[in-house]
Design a protein around this ligand. Structure first.
Ligand code: PMP
Length: 383
């Protein structure tokens, strides 16, 4: 028998059976009355999950398509864009702005650390002509959650819009775009939303529409005006990923049945148990706990253990897929996701496998110590 795959990477994440079942439904016409009704229902559910009253557009693309839509619709050549970079996905948003000809002001922070809001304020004060600020909610490469609420406080009083990459966060990490002043919020289906890859979601504020109306950059597939016109008829501009829409509605129902607050609390609990477990094994976290992600944990590889060897052993022998480090963190960290369709026993099995693999690679661990630390967190109750 093939090994049972335990998918513990930060996307794609495991898909609940209710979602797979919904996706297996027979095909329908995307211009049919039934599909328009689905789009209307789904939009309302997504607004609840994204905690916004702004329109939410569903684009058939991966998350990067949503990020490109955010940039292509708001950034003209020569515009001043402030890019906050503290990991690989902050770099990606920055690179997109460069591709669209922006004069990018890059504010970088060490990978594994949070964005310093005071430093952002200095830049905004020094450059009143900045039009767009690009930020990341959950920097997947470092497992750090950034202070989007703090950034929103700054951009609210400034001409700039705040565009947030919440691709790996949304549905597991709290974000309140309307309350916090986020103008463009981008996420994707394959992370905490528990759906296979292929959809990007993007919400847009009135302040952002003003910029979009003036933006001259070329866009076609990712035109938000086109998306808006179609959504007025509960439609999409081009043929959508119909089956993914079915799956997304099933996932949205699961999230809303559990209750958003409970979903966030579950992720915080799983993250805390994971952190306590790895610390009990004598391992160190990459990120400070105050800003540690609820959906993914980045662990520094212990002295003498090669990350690639550890990941290979975990996968080949135990069917457990951890993520490695990206870019400058390659070989230095491994990452354990607890994102989306994840529960307490997923953490326990992930840690049990880690203990076995570390022992086999010659790193001294007391078997069961990490598992016990996680169990203690669970017995301690809700976070
Ligand atoms: N931003 C973040 C924070 C991500 O984690 C990812 C995917 N790992 C992306 C953007 C890119 O999304 P996609 O691979 O769906 O294009």
């Amino acid at each position: 028998m093939d090994k049972k795959l335990r998918l513990l990477i930060p996307g794609p994440t495991p898909v609940p059976p209710q979602v797979s079942e919904a996706m297996a439904r027979p095909m329908v016409g995307h211009r049919s009355k039934g599909f328009a009704e689905l789009t209307a229902r789904l939009t309302g559910k997504l607004q609840q999950i994204m905690q916004t009253t702004n329109p939410v557009f569903i684009l058939t693309s991966s998350g990067t398509g949503g990020l490109e839509a955010a940039v292509a619709n708001t950034v003209n050549p020569g515009d001043k864009v402030l890019a906050l970079v503290a990991g690989k996905f902050g770099e990606r948003f920055r690179d997109l702005a460069r591709v669209y000809g922006a004069e990018v002001i890059e504010l970088s922070f060490p990978w594994g650390q949070p964005v310093d809001v005071a430093a952002v304020k200095e830049q905004l004060d020094a450059h009143p002509d900045i039009t767009v600020v690009l930020a990341t909610l959950n920097e997947t490469s470092t497992a750090v959650v950034h202070d989007i609420r703090g950034l929103g406080t700054l951009t609210r009083d400034h001409g700039a819009i705040l565009a947030v990459d919440a691709v790996s966060g949304l549905g597991g990490v709290e974000i309140r775009p309307d309350e916090w002043g986020v103008d463009i919020l981008v996420t994707a289906s394959q992370k905490a939303l528990m759906v296979p890859p292929g959809l990007a979601l993007i919400s847009v504020s009135d302040k952002a529409w003003e910029l979009i109306a003036k933006c001259k950059s070329p866009r076609y597939y990712f035109s938000l005006e086109a998306a808006r016109k179609s959504l007025a008829k509960w439609n999409t501009a081009y043929t959508p990923g119909v089956s993914l829409f079915f799956g997304l509605e099933a996932a949205a129902d699961l999230i809303l049945e559990e209750g958003l607050e409970n979903v966030f609390a579950r992720h915080r609990l799983l993250a805390r148990a994971t952190r306590e477990a790895v610390k009990a094994l004598g391992l160190k976290l990459l990120m400070p706990e105050e800003c540690a992600s609820p959906v993914v944990t980045a662990v520094l590889s212990p002295e003498g253990v090669a990350v690639d060897d550890l990941r290979k052993l975990l996968l080949d022998k135990y069917g457990v897929l951890y993520a490695g480090g990206q870019a400058e963190l390659k070989g230095r960290v491994f990452r354990i996701a607890h994102m989306g369709y994840a529960d307490r026993l997923d953490v326990i099995s992930a840690i049990a496998a880690l203990e076995l693999a570390l022992s086999e690679l010659g790193y001294a661990v007391e078997l069961g110590k990490g598992v016990a630390a996680a169990q203690k967190v669970f017995l301690g109750g809700a976070n």
